[in-house]
Design a protein around this ligand. Structure first.
Ligand code: FPP
Ligand code: MG
Length: 284
């Protein structure tokens, strides 16, 4: 009998929380809303360490926080969300931690592929971004499947930056643009392919537009807000090209603690500075 009463209580409690959550979301969305929110999800291991848990359970709690934040963002009408899920440098961590994060990703991507998953019911298009060939084979193939299955979704867009760093993105873009321009202009010098020593930048000039076209993040507008959790005030090689004029919000919460109130606080701050940011963008 106690179990039934507990169940009923938590059901009613859930309903009330959701009711207040919706009210908060509708108040916040009355102001100017960002189109694109990018997030550096930092502090998972500290969260685990402070609670004397295993490192990888910090990443598990981090994933729960990601799901609730995504739900809040899309319900707020934010169309583009980008997350820094794993950097190229993160592969230098201990093999058991890297393996643990990769297995967690694989498990969660497989969950997302199931009918009725949050990604599918919300109609979110998922794009994995970065040097995807660095992913273990099982993660890569699940990621490819999820991108294919969500390709037609239009309600929201989620860019998951894995095996990503901005400097790699820029280098990749230069190589692609150079190669494409050489082919287009037919300037294969002495029969060599572009990129070989005898090709030069006069033969294949690269414009800013060429570079932007080949960025991994070319499918998104530049972010309006970049949120970093855990109080760290660094960009850590994330969206350096795209974050030129966005509002940078540093949250003191560790990523697994990043709940609705922290998201709301970031958006309210953005709304306060938004007219100024617009003015700056117009001047550029
Ligand atoms: C940063 O905290 C977090 C990571 C490097 C991994 C984040 C990955 C997830 C939450 C899983 C994502 C899964 C999918 C499917 C997108 P940290 O390890 O740097 O923690 P610390 O700063 O306290 O050391
Ligand atoms: Mg960290």
């Amino acid at each position: 009998m106690d179990g039934v009463a507990d169940g009923a209580f938590s059901w009613i409690y859930g309903l009330i929380c959701n009711f207040f959550r919706k009210i908060i979301l509708s108040i916040v969305s009355a102001g100017p809303m960002p189109t694109h929110v990018a997030m550096i999800m930092d502090g998972n291991r500290r969260f685990a360490r402070y609670r004397k848990m295993k490192k990888n359970s910090g990443h598990r709690y981090g994933f729960q926080s990601l799901v609730s934040t995504l739900r809040n963002c899309y319900e707020l009408g934010i169309k583009y969300v980008s997350i820094y899920a794993f950097s190229i440098d993160n592969f230098n961590r201990k093999p058991e931690e890297v393996g643990g994060v990769m297995d967690l990703m694989h498990e969660k991507i497989e969950d997302a592929l199931r009918e009725g998953s949050f990604i599918k019911t919300f109609g979110v298009k998922v794009q994995f971004v970065g040097k995807l060939e660095l992913l273990p084979e099982h993660v890569r193939s699940s990621a490819d499947k999820l991108m294919k299955e969500t390709a037609e979704n239009t309600r929201g867009m989620l860019s998951i930056c894995v095996c990503y760093t901005s400097t790699d993105e820029i280098a990749h873009s230069v190589q692609e643009a150079f190669h494409e321009n050489c082919i287009r202009s037919g300037k294969f010098l002495n029969g060599n392919e572009c990129g070989k020593s005898e090709a030069n930048s006069d033969a294949c000039p690269i414009t800013l537009a060429d570079l932007e076209k080949h960025m991994y993040m070319a499918h998104c507008p530049d972010p309006d807000i970049l949120i970093r959790t855990s109080g760290e005030t660094r960009l850590s090689n994330f969206l350096l090209w795209q974050a030129n004029s966005c509002y940078l919000h540093i949250s003191r919460a560790l990523w697994p603690e990043f709940s609705l109130r922290y998201l709301v606080s970031a958006i309210l701050e953005y709304q306060r500075v938004q007219p100024y940011l617009e003015k700056i963008k117009k001047k550029q």
